[in-house]
Design a protein around this ligand. Structure first.
Ligand code: FAD
Length: 445
């Protein structure tokens, strides 16, 4: 008796999972597989908060597969070797997965698909993580977009995203599943010290919680989203980012349920930014390490002062809104979007620290750390990215606090009055230094 393997990656869900659906429809017993790949060349190791999320999300997925009659096999190592070995151990005749769009991931997947097929297996990939495939959204000249508004207009002009697939009630597994690692032994959870208390307080990973949060957001918050989405204390945003990052809910489900709940053009366009970031990564795989606009290579970053970077990381800059954001991040693995922009701008333009240092800190500490959204947004703030904020428009964190946290509720929540120190830099002077440094970029362009 043969079987079909569904190789789960950034799609830790049963509902609207095209690879799983295709495997079930094939008729053979279905085995779920997750590979912890920290060895294939170019694959970026997960950050600490992401590993915490992954542990719990895999535990949930494994349980849900078992409840429906199947199993989730966990294996560690370079995907190319591990997928083949598992297919052999399982006597599988098919391996299905939903596509990934990062450069090194695509290379791995392409090689695996070719070699599985050479061995006579049915290897197929499906679209499950983006509303539109990156190669399908093109300018009139056939190139990819570098500006969001026409990009999103082009997406909206395409046939609307397909309806989500229903969740399978049963997933027949094999009589005997191939051996699996134990999730606990992967050591994804922090132990010494266990810094994940704030994450546990804040989040419940897994598909059921993701669906619950979507429904709650659509019924309670969507109506005030346009008005209150920029206020960090309002709790008006969806908090779906880690769920979308891990694919516990599909963008198709979010899209269709948001449309049914009454539109939300603004909310839908945020999903559009997610698409834009991923399409940008698809066309520019070095997004996390190289300036998209190469003239920014001429930016004269001063020698790194580690004390300034540490002060920023630990929320001790003396700028209340920045410190509040950085403490929210450290505690919960999340930061409100408006505050992410302000904290990033402060690092880049007031501390004159290269955006890549900030991107790495976010990568390690965010539960939604996303291979496209994170570097894309850092480059957006830095001015070096796609359709980026002009460099010379430098956020003033005090004015931002007055505008978006006028009663100081957000700042009070994260930085008690008696912990507010003096600013570590002068906002006016550093702003001027940043604008002077920018002259080098202007000359290079
Ligand atoms: P909502 O406002 O409810 O938006 C719904 C969804 O749209 C989000 O879940 C997210 O998937 C998407 N989205 C919203 N804003 C953006 C955006 N600017 N770019 C791309 N997608 C967006 N988002 C991540 O998912 N992962 C990251 O690693 C990440 N790093 C960021 C770093 C910086 C410096 C900045 C300024 C922003 C970053 N963002 C990142 C984007 C944004 O801050 C978060 O997606 C958002 O705060 C998540 O909260 P939410 O789910 O409540 O958002």
């Amino acid at each position: 008796m043969t079987s079909s393997i569904v190789w789960f990656r950034d799609d830790l869900r049963l509902a609207d999972n095209p690879a799983l659906r295709a495997a079930i429809d094939r008729g053979d017993p279905v085995i779920g597989l997750y590979v912890l790949d920290e060895e294939s060349p170019g694959i970026r190791p997960l950050g600490g908060a992401a590993r915490w999320w992954l542990h719990h999300s895999l535990a949930s997925l494994g349980e849900r597969l078992r409840e429906r009659g199947s199993t989730l096999v966990l294996r560690r190592g370079p995907a190319e070797r591990v997928v083949h070995e598992t297919a052999k151990d399982a006597g599988a005749s098919a391996v299905f997965w939903n596509r990934r769009y990062g450069g090194p991931e695509r290379e791995v997947d392409t090689r695996i698909k070719a070699s599985l097929r050479e061995d006579g297996l049915d290897a197929q990939s499906f679209a499950g993580s983006l509303l539109h495939e990156p190669w399908e959204v093109k300018t009139g000249a056939g190139t990819h977009f570098s500006v969001f508004t026409p990009f999103w207009r082009a997406c909206l002009a395409l046939p609307s995203p397909r309806a989500p697939l229903p969740e399978p009630r049963e997933v027949h597994g094999p009589g005997r599943a191939p051996a699996s690692d134990s999730l606990d032994e992967w050591g994804l959870l922090p132990t010494k010290p266990d810094w994940a208390g704030g994450l546990r307080e804040t989040w419940e990973p897994g598909e059921p919680a993701a669906r619950h949060r979507l429904r709650e957001f659509l019924s309670e918050d969507l109506g005030s989203y346009d008005r209150a989405r920029d206020e960090p204390s309002a709790g008006a945003t969806s908090l779906l980012s880690p769920r979308l990052r891990w694919g516990e809910i599909s963008p198709y489900t979010v899209w269709h349920e948001a449309v049914e709940a009454g539109g939300g053009g603004r909310f839908l366009s945020e999903l559009g930014w997610r698409e834009f970031a991923w399409h940008t990564l698809f066309h520019f795989p070095d997004l996390a390490t190289k300036n998209l606009r190469r003239e920014f290579d001429a930016f004269p970053w001063p020698r790194l002062k580690p004390t300034l970077l540490r002060a920023w990381e630990h929320g001790r800059t003396g700028i209340p809104l920045v410190d509040a954001g950085m403490r929210e991040l450290w505690h919960s693995g999340y930061m409100h979007n408006r505050v992410r922009m302000v904290a990033a701008s402060f690092l880049i333009k007031n501390l004159l620290i290269d955006w890549r240092h900030g991107e790495e800190w976010f990568w390690d500490t965010l539960v939604d750390a996303d291979a496209a959204n994170n570097p894309f947004n850092w480059q957006w703030v830095a001015g070096s990215g796609a359709d980026a904020a002009p460099y010379f428009r430098i956020f003033n964190p005090e004015l931002q606090a007055k505008k978006f946290d006028p009663r100081g509720l957000y700042i009070d929540q994260w930085v008690p009055q008696d912990e507010r120190g003096e600013p570590i830099v002068d906002l006016g002077e550093t702003r001027k230094a940043a604008l002077d440094a920018y002259e080098h970029v202007k000359r290079a362009s």
